[in-house]
Design a protein. Structure first.
Length: 269
């Protein structure tokens, strides 16, 4: 779809809250009081986990100290894996519509707590005038902070995300080799993600996820990227012998810092 058509679709699909209504309730944006727009629902629990981690990352003594989040929690976005791997409906249209609604509702910047959805980020930047914080970029940047000097890093991500090469390309630019699951491990990983999305988060799911991560460690990974926001729902640092770099955690920390004015707004592409 051409950019002009995408903009028209985004601004005519679904209810929109008038920006003046929001502004009158919250006051003008300042560097210390930025509103974040969250394109959520991919998956639902992962979005709630992200929001809880933004809250945890925010020093606060009272309600008013917390980050203002405007959330479009939309689990109806078409399957990202199907679109990337072939034949599925393009989720970019739904993401563009969500982004446009969030901007109109008063968001100063946007985040997508879903790594695979970020593959379609150009659909968002086409229809909005506010920046999108890249979950991929902030996660890659965290490697130097959490495992300085790492040259090989494992990536736990969906088959669609791996096929799109978003992590591999970004890591290569930093001189880091991506250690990826093999075909059998990817198949197992996708089954586990499906179970997590279905509400299963028991010890069996966690141990199987850890086994895939440790297989990457066995092949030389010096850290593991949780490049799917379902992964941190079952996997934590204590289960691995190398650092776990959770894309959810990193995105939440940077979101809180930007909203509070501790970091500048991300560059708008």
């Amino acid at each position: 779809m051409a950019p002009e058509e995408l903009r028209k679709y985004a601004h005519t699909s679904g209810p929109i809250i008038a920006a003046p209504q929001i502004a009158s309730q919250t006051g003008e944006m300042t560097e210390q009081n930025r509103t974040v727009g969250v394109l959520g629902g991919m998956g639902p629990e992962a979005t709630v986990d992200f929001m809880s981690k933004v809250i945890a990352a925010t020093p606060a003594d009272k309600d008013q100290d917390h980050v203002h989040m405007v959330v479009d929690h939309n689990p109806k976005v078409p399957n990202r894996q199907d679109a990337i791997l072939g034949g599925g409906e393009n989720p970019g249209l739904a993401l563009a519509a969500m982004a446009a609604r969030l901007e109109t509702a008063g968001a100063d910047f946007l985040v997508i707590p879903c790594n695979t959805a970020y593959v379609f980020s150009s659909s968002v930047s086409t229809v909005t005038g506010i920046p999108l914080l890249s979950i991929i970029d902030v996660t890659i940047a965290a490697i130097a902070e959490r495992r300085p000097g790492a040259k090989k890093v494992g990536v736990l991500a969906t088959d669609g995300c791996l096929r799109a090469n978003v992590y591999q390309e970004a890591m290569a630019e930093q001189g880091i080799e991506a250690i990826l699951p093999n075909e059998q491990e990817i198949d197992q990983f996708m089954k586990l993600v499906g179970r997590i999305k279905g509400g299963y988060r028991g010890d069996t799911i966690a141990s199987k996820m850890a086994a895939i991560a440790n297989a990457l460690v066995g092949r030389g990974a010096q850290a593991i990227i949780a490049g799917c926001t379902e992964v941190p729902l079952v996997l934590n640092n204590a289960m691995l012998d190398v650092p776990l770099i959770s894309s959810t955690d990193v995105l939440a920390e940077k979101t809180a810092a930007i909203a509070r004015g501790e970091l500048p707004l991300p560059h708008q592409e």
